[in-house]
Design a protein around this ligand. Structure first.
Ligand SMILES: Cc1cc2nc3c(=O)[nH]c(=O)nc-3n(C[C@H](O)[C@H](O)[C@H](O)COP(=O)(O)OP(=O)(O)OC[C@H]3O[C@@H](n4cnc5c(N)ncnc54)[C@H](O)[C@@H]3O)c2cc1C
Length: 486
């Protein structure tokens, strides 16, 4: 096994990749007094949390992530003084809306009671089941976003959560809800798992997101997702860290430290970059990592906010389209079978309706995406726009310009999106908790100087920085415990 070369040891530690996890890792190391350098292949920082003028002058679009319950509720990011570095949150009046043909839309509000009131026959069951988890949200989010193996701070609550969460989303929806409207609404949360809804742990991912809606909301950063990495980078620089953009790391020789190196790259890229600094058997396991479906996304510059047929849908930052629970289940099975359903689940985000910095006065922005087979090259604009038009007649007339990204475009945009998978790998039971290789400390590697910190390590995809936090703890030789609450 080759040791990484002791290149000019200008830094105590290095991080490869400036996405939310890489920057969180760098901040945690800098807080521990290490002089850190971050290398980023692109000319700008942020990884999947970037905001760019993709369409017309004056319109700003989130290229990837836009909705940030996990960032606002992150046990690590929430301890940082990011407001002092320019991050402010916008909370739309409702978190999620689920329009249904010919019926009122179902909405989630931050307030549990207000949400329960909209759920008809399921009102009391919803409040009874979800209430204790919402009350314990802070502990649940800390335990739920930690790597497996630790002792939960609220074991009874966590066990109760597990009973509900470790079944397929379709089973949970049909067991606890009576009303088809509520079941459909629940299916929208679970569809974020990017798994067939009749497979575990689709319910676990859906439940965490639903509870986050009550616990912290589903906010947007003012001005765009880019505000999150920008604030982290500003904090890092204030702690003495440096960031080098336009540096694509392909070899350990490029890295200017003889201290720990944390890779926020995909597992196969780690194997390639590190070569025989890692044992061949471990590299083979990194290369065998499995990927989930890709994403097809359309960004719109709009002449006005989306004209939803049910105006209550305009209160929500995020809108789930795709009909009832059976239709959603059919849609989310399709990408795993190499196809796209004719009426897919469409995730719509409408930040421009709430944030004046996204578009010129009176105008708006929104995006919509669907799950597609990994590596898909097709343009699915027509079915995405048909889905929005169905719930918002006249929508097409509001489109001033659009920007389209296929799954393969995402893979080119960010090396970590292998085949367009934006979750850092398939979220199935075999991989979600033990990614990318089953080890007691999944952030460590057989080489004591090399660590992993991307979304391909626990707790997986999303902008939360927790993989970065835990990888930094591992590199500092500390136990893998959640950070102290702020
Ligand atoms: C369309 C879309 C919508 C999404 N929506 C949301 C959402 O609303 N909310 C949410 O929480 N999450 C969302 N996500 C997922 C989320 O953005 C990612 O899971 C998360 O950003 C992963 O973070 P990360 O820090 O591990 O890596 P990334 O953010 O992917 O960053 C990886 C960085 O490493 C760099 N890099 C890779 N290899 C190298 C190398 N060899 N040398 C130098 N640099 C390298 C890349 O250029 C990139 O900048 C979305 C993703 C997409 C694509």
């Amino acid at each position: 096994m080759r040791a990484p070369p002791p290149a000019a040891a200008a830094f105590d530690a290095a991080v490869v990749g400036s996405g939310p996890n890489g920057l969180a890792a760098a901040v945690a190391l800098a807080q521990a007094g290490r002089k850190v350098v971050v290398y980023e292949a692109s000319e700008t920082i942020g990884g999947s949390a970037r905001t760019l003028p993709l369409t017309l002058p004056g319109f700003r679009h989130d290229v990837c992530s836009a909705i940030h319950p996990m960032a606002k509720g992150s046990p690590f990011l929430s301890t940082l003084p990011l407001a002092e570095h320019g991050l402010t949150w916008i909370d739309p009046p409702a978190t999620v809306a689920h329009p249904l043909d010919g019926q009122p839309a179902v909405l989630q509000y931050r307030e549990l009671d207000r949400t329960a009131e909209t759920l008809g026959a399921d009102r009391d069951r919803y409040a009874g089941i979800v209430g204790p988890f919402v009350a314990g949200w802070s502990a649940l989010s800390r335990d739920g976003m930690a790597p497996v193996g630790g002792i939960p701070s609220r074991p009874v609550l966590m066990a109760r959560f597990g009973l509900h969460a470790m079944v397929p989303a379709t089973t949970l929806g049909r067991t606890i809800f009576r009303d088809e409207r509520t079941r459909a609404w629940w299916g929208g949360f679970a569809a974020h798992s990017c798994l067939p809804l009749d497979r575990s742990p689709s319910a676990a991912i859906g439940l965490m997101l639903l509870l986050a809606g009550h616990g912290v909301g589903w906010p947007f950063p003012r001005g765009g997702a880019q505000a999150i990495p920008d604030a982290l980078a500003s904090l890092l620089r204030s702690l003495g860290g440096e960031i080098r953009t336009g540096v694509h790391i392909t070899d350990l020789e490029q890295i200017e430290t003889d201290g720990p190196v944390l890779f926020q790259t995909s597992p196969p890229a780690v194997a390639e970059i590190c070569g025989d600094a890692l044992p061949e058997r471990y590299r083979r396991r990194l290369q065998a990592f499995r990927w989930g479906p890709g994403i097809f996304k359309v960004d719109w510059a709009l002449s006005q906010p989306i004209p939803w047929a049910d105006p209550t849908v305009g209160r929500a930052g995020t809108v789930h389209l795709g009909g009832d629970l059976d239709s959603l289940a059919r849609s989310e099975r399709a990408p795993w079978q190499g196809r796209v359903d004719e009426r897919p689940f469409v995730l719509v985000c409408q930040p421009g309706a709430f944030d004046e910095r996204r578009a010129p006065a009176g105008r708006s922005t929104a995006w919509g995406y669907i799950h597609v087979p990994n590596g898909d090259r097709q343009d699915h604009t027509a079915i995405v726009e048909a889905a929005v038009e169905r719930s918002a007649p006249g929508f097409r007339d509001c489109i001033l310009a659009r920007h389209v990204m296929t799954a393969t475009d995402f893979a080119v945009h960010n090396d970590n999106y292998v085949g367009g998978d934006v979750n850092g790998g398939a979220n199935d039971l075999d991989q979600l908790f033990t990614r990318p290789v089953a080890r007691l400390d999944p952030y460590s590697t057989p080489n004591p100087r090399l660590f992993l910190c991307s979304a391909s390590t626990p707790p997986g995809g999303g902008v939360h920085g927790m993989a970065g936090w835990y990888a930094a703890q591992s590199a500092l030789g500390r136990p893998l415990r959640p950070p102290e609450a702020a």
